[in-house]
Design a protein around this ligand. Structure first.
Ligand code: DP6
Length: 334
């Protein structure tokens, strides 16, 4: 019987960001991060074990809708992770992998997080292994896409900063039903970002603002935990926006500098500030890209969405929210 499995894994949006690594190779972060797992922005991956193959094959859903060989750089990253998993689980053969996303990749919507979580979990499922979630988080992290460590869990997730690899796996801090927050992703540019997160982590310590943020983080982490526990949106909004601005401030003052923002990014940030000034609870955060994640309570979603959709800078709006985490699927991509 063929060893094959398909897993759907979600993206996540960081409320406190992973930006800067202690060990970039192993994606051991410099600071803890907290995220909200998404529901609709997902990667789906089918993995089949090929006992006699000499190399793993990586397919992805191309723009034409067909499964085609993945571009070399992406295929190479996946193959490296597959080789690590082969060694770890002493798999004699190789794999055939097919993967697809429900959202534009490499645009600040953490497609690596969902993609590597999906591939990791699909390999484990195809091999018929049942592993504790802590180990799944470790394995996903070791893909090099650190934020994948958070995508193996649902709800609100914290990923501590080590110090060693054993303590460096994510854990759920609150289940999704605790607070129905929505994430409206205002897409101002669906193209890939110019500089990878990996380069961003590498350059982050060269910014004069890097250390200042590190000093603020313990208090910020505590603020976010407390805001989530108490479902206190105003408290959450202040700290989440400060975090996102700091990340981009560090990026822009790194050496060499990185500018992820575009004019449309500022237009959305401004619109969200206007909403808040009117008393509507909404706040923005931005990962390594130009697109803006606008968070709000579910009761405000329709109003916030129509305001964002009316902005000329917003090319499309992805309406997402807190999700339950990954799942094995019965249907396969290949
Ligand atoms: C800004 O190294 O996990 O999204 O592999 O591109 O997903 P990718 O990036 P990764 O860094 C994530 C950086 C971030 C903040 C975060 O998600 O914590």
């Amino acid at each position: 019987m063929s060893q094959k499995a398909t897993v759907r894994a979600p993206s996540n949006i960081a409320l406190i960001k992973y930006w800067g690594a202690r060990d970039l190779e192993r994606a051991v972060p410099r600071n803890p991060s907290i995220s909200m797992t998404l529901e609709r922005c997902v990667s789906r991956s089918t993995v089949e074990v090929l006992p006699d193959a000499t190399e793993s094959e990586v397919l992805w859903r191309g723009v034409g809708g067909e499964l085609v060989p993945a571009p070399p750089a992406f295929a190479e990253r996946i193959r490296r992770h597959l080789d690590f998993l082969r060694r770890r689980f002493r798999v004699a053969g190789h794999f055939r992998v097919a993967t697809e996303n429900t959202f534009p990749p490499a645009a600040g919507i953490a497609s690596s997080a969902s993609g590597f979580a999906a591939v990791t979990l699909a390999v484990v499922a195809a091999l018929g292994l049942e592993l504790p979630v802590e180990e799944l988080s470790e394995l996903a992290r070791l893909s090099g896409s650190g934020s994948a460590a958070r995508s193996v869990l649902g709800g609100y997730v914290e990923w501590p900063a080590g110090p060693g690899r054993d303590q460096c796996h994510a854990r759920q801090i609150l289940p999704p039903e605790h607070w129905n927050l929505r994430d409206l992703v205002a897409v101002v540019d669906a193209g890939p970002k110019a500089v990878s997160s990996l380069d961003g982590h590498r350059r982050a310590p060269t910014s004069p603002h890097f250390r200042a943020r590190q000093r603020q983080l313990p208090a910020r982490l505590e603020e976010v935990r407390r805001a989530l526990i108490e479902r206190d949106f105003d408290r959450l909004a202040t700290v989440v926006e400060a975090e996102a601005i700091d990340l981009h401030c560090i990026a822009m003052t790194s050496s060499p500098p990185i500018f992820y923002w575009q004019p449309g990014t500022l237009a959305v940030l401004e619109a969200v500030r206007a909403l808040r000034a009117e008393g509507i609870p909404a706040c923005s955060t931005i990962d390594a890209g130009a697109n803006v994640h606008v968070l709000c309570p579910a009761t405000e979603e329709a109003g916030v969405a129509s305001r964002l959709e009316a902005l000329p800078a917003v090319r499309s709006l992805i309406r997402d929210g807190v999700g339950r985490g990954p799942a094995v699927e019965a249907g396969h991509l290949i």
